[in-house]
Structure formats: structure tokens, C-alpha cells
Design a binder for this molecule. Sequence first.
Ligand SMILES: [Zn+2]
Length: 260
Amino acid sequence: MKNYFFKYLLCLGISILTTIPAQAWGAKGHRIIGEIAKRHLKQNVSKKVLKILKDESLAMSSTWMDFIRSDDSFDHMYPWHYCTIPDSSFSFQENLTPKEGDVVQTLKRLIKELKSKKFKDGDERMAVRMLVHLIGDIHQPLHVGNGKDRGGNDFKVNWFNQESNLHKIWDSEIINYQDLSYTEYADWIDKDIFWVESLNDKSIINWALESKKIRIDGLYPDTNNLNLSYDYNFQHIETLNSQLLKAGFRLAMVLNEIYG
Ligand SMILES: [Zn+2]
């Protein structure tokens, strides 16, 4: 009996370990973006969106695309969370988009489908959930990768002496370090919004190019100091917050346009 119980625990442990999804902006980052978007929706749009999402908030629907990573029938969606723009390239080269698609191509398609109400994958609810998630992802600077280190996942660093990697630092470590709930975080950064540069830019390619610019502009730490902590937070928190804010505002802008 004891032996059986031990085996059961072991199997449970293994299945938990293998199904933890690789996150893009951690859950909190995505929820902050959904919460900010909610605050900038027109009233009638807000009602329509809530109905489509079956009363699930934008914040809570934002992480659906990461949760489904545990189900292999959604594996074809994996490349839709990111795209590649090499360091030396100052334009978006469509020929680098893999045949499975990338975040730029998928966002363009989703917006088109939501306008025409003709959906390739699933229904309107699923398309909105994907839109919320992917507008978030494209604003995470390391989701626009250089094509060499899997969006910083292979760039190992420490975060306050704990092993981590650069992708994770930007997905969740810096955000979690602020120790705020997603609504407190949205309260903190969703102000003086019209001072944020290029906020109203509707071009998805420009969003990707902005992320790439942040990526090559001092985001990679010096290789002789890979134990990141207070300084790295201080140097990058403003940029990170402005990306969260832009993502939230632009998500609202897209939804207002589709449903307004
Ligand atoms: Zn993602």
C-alpha cells in the first residue's frame, strides 16, 4: 500500500513538472494588460466584449493561450507567441515568418477574422482570448527575438542570486518584484498615458519593431555581471511599464475599432 502511494506521488510529481507551461509575460503581466485595456474600452464595446467572453474579464481571459499549452492539440499555436527580427535588420522581413505563422501574422489574421466574423480556429470567444494574449506578447521585447537565443531563454542570468534567464526576467521576475496585485499595478502605471510615445500607432509591424529596438538598446546585461538585482530593476522598470501600458491601451484601441 505504502509502495503504491509512493508511485502515485511520483507520477503526480512528474505530470505536474511536465505540464507547467512556458509562460510569456507571466500571468500577472498579461492580466495587467487586460485590466488596463478594460479601463480604456468604450462603454458599449465593454458590454459586447464581456458577452463574447461569457462574463470572463479581459484580465482573466488573457492567460488562456498559455494554459492550453498543456494540451497537444494546440501545439500548432506555439510559434504564434513570438517573431524574429535579427539585430541588424531595421525592417520586418516577412520571409522570416515560419510556415506555422508568428505573432505578427497571427494578430493581423485575428483582427481580420474578428471584423469579418469568419474564424479559422474555433469561435469569436477564442479569437478574442488569443488577441488579448498576443497583443501582450508582442510588447514583451524578448518575444521579438534575434533568432539566436530563443528570445533570451538561453541567456542564463541570476535574479537576486537565483538561477534564471533573461526571458524570464522580462516575463515575470521584474513584475513580481514590484509585489503588487494586477489591479494595483494597473492603478500605478495607467496614468499620464498620453505622454507615452507612439501610443496610438496601429501598425502591428511597428509594435514588433519597437520591441526589437528595446531589445538591442541595453536590455542584454554585460556578461561580466550576470547577477541581476536592484540595478537592473531600476534601469528597466520604466521601459517595462511603458510596454505594459502600450499593450493595454492598444488592445483597447483595437477592440474599440472592431466593436465600436
Ligand atoms: Zn504567449
